[in-house]
Design a binder for this molecule. Structure first.
Ligand code: NAP
Length: 323
């Protein structure tokens, strides 16, 4: 029987998935507090599965047997793709299974920010509801407004569908390329970024983080938005210049922001926390029981296929297999 390959598991997986991995591989569990590089070099590691860790030259240069990284996420900005390509290390990810759940969260943030749900929940619990609520605490409508999607990909389209079909919103978008089918399905209209910023009542940021999108939304862009507009970021924190966003929220340059992602994560302190017009949650876009389970299963499947001689279902850099 051939020797089992070694696989490092970065996060906690459900016991049945660990058992499933153990049928074919020697499983090495990485525990928080351990030194990642030591774990990756403790045995000849052939596969890594998990998310939330930066992996590039520094972490991997001594992991000479590594064949595949199976990330339990759709975004892959944590990985140095150029380095993985140079080493012919395959990267697999988990798109599709998290699309609807992440779109749900984008809409939750839009609604919660527009209707000031967190602020008024805190106000109520503090015992302030002694008389009628003054207009000072009114929110703004979501239905019928203009929804601007920055990045009309899988998740962007799922947000746009909710907006168009559920809330009667007008949909505008930008992307690298035009999306004729979605334009037809959702009456969506393409805009260059500046046009999107100027017209959107709700701007949803859904582009992957890359060198092209880092700080794509900065002071200049925030100044182009309506003062009544709400920004929602469920993509990656560094796509928005956070210091500029804080300033725009403080000064009333824009009305509010719903944020799932931040420049630094995890986040324990931030000037954003002092602002009532911000709804902030700890990167929970895909964090439901059902979706996290589906993502983990898909990542396990990708890993098995990559290491046991099949074709993984979702490959970020399939070209490394051709060589
Ligand atoms: P996707 O299907 O690849 O869509 C990305 C979209 O962004 C595409 O429409 C792409 O345009 C567009 N885009 C890329 N670069 C752009 C640029 N410079 N300017 C304008 N548009 C640009 O990805 P997805 O599945 O929707 O996921 C999007 C991102 O959301 C992920 O990369 C991840 O970082 C983030 N995410 C976050 C969470 C969370 O927990 N908060 C969960 C899931 C995903 P083209 O189609 O024309 O190339």
């Amino acid at each position: 029987m051939p020797m089992k390959k070694n696989v490092v598991v970065l996060n906690r997986l459900a016991p049945d998935l660990v058992e499933r991995l153990a049928e074919h591989f020697n499983v090495v569990q990485f525990e928080s507090g351990q030194d990642l590089q030591s774990v990756l070099t403790s045995v000849p590691v052939h596969g890594v599965i998990g998310a939330g860790r930066q992996l590039g030259r520094r972490e991997l240069e001594n992991v000479s047997e590594l064949e595949v990284i199976s990330t339990i996420s759709v975004g892959y900005d944590n990985y140095d793709l150029d380095y993985l390509n140079e080493r012919s290390i395959l990267l697999t990810n988990t798109p599709d299974v998290l699309t609807e759940t992440t779109a749900d969260l984008a809409f939750t943030l839009m609604l919660a920010t527009a209707r000031r749900i967190v602020e008024l929940d805190n106000w109520l619990r503090a015992g302030n509801w002694r008389a009628g609520l003054g207009s000072k605490y009114f929110g703004c409508d979501v239905h019928g407004k203009t929804l601007g999607i920055l990045g009309l990909g899988n998740i962007g389209a799922a947000i746009a569908r909710r907006g168009r079909l559920g809330f009667g919103m007008r949909v505008l978008y930008t992307a690298n390329s035009r999306k004729p089918a979605l334009e037809q399905e959702l009456d969506a209209e393409f805009r260059e970024l500046d046009g999107l910023l100027a017209e959107a009542d709700f701007l949803c940021v859904v582009v992957p983080l890359s060198e092209q999108t880092r700080k794509l939304i900065g002071q200049r862009e925030l100044e182009r938005m309506k003062s009544s507009a709400i920004l929602v970021n469920i993509a990656r924190g560094p796509v928005v210049d956070e210091a500029a966003l804080v300033e725009a929220l403080r000064s009333g340059q824009i009305r509010g922001a719903g944020l799932d992602v931040f420049e630094r994560e995890p986040l324990t302190e931030s000037p954003l926390f002092a602002l009532d017009n911000v709804v902030a949650v700890p990167h929970i876009g895909s964090a439901t029981h059902e979706t996290r389970r589906a993502m983990a299963e898909l990542a396990v499947r990708n890993l098995e296929l990559a290491l046991l001689g099949g074709t993984p279902l979702h490959m970020v850099n399939p070209q490394v297999r051709a060589g």
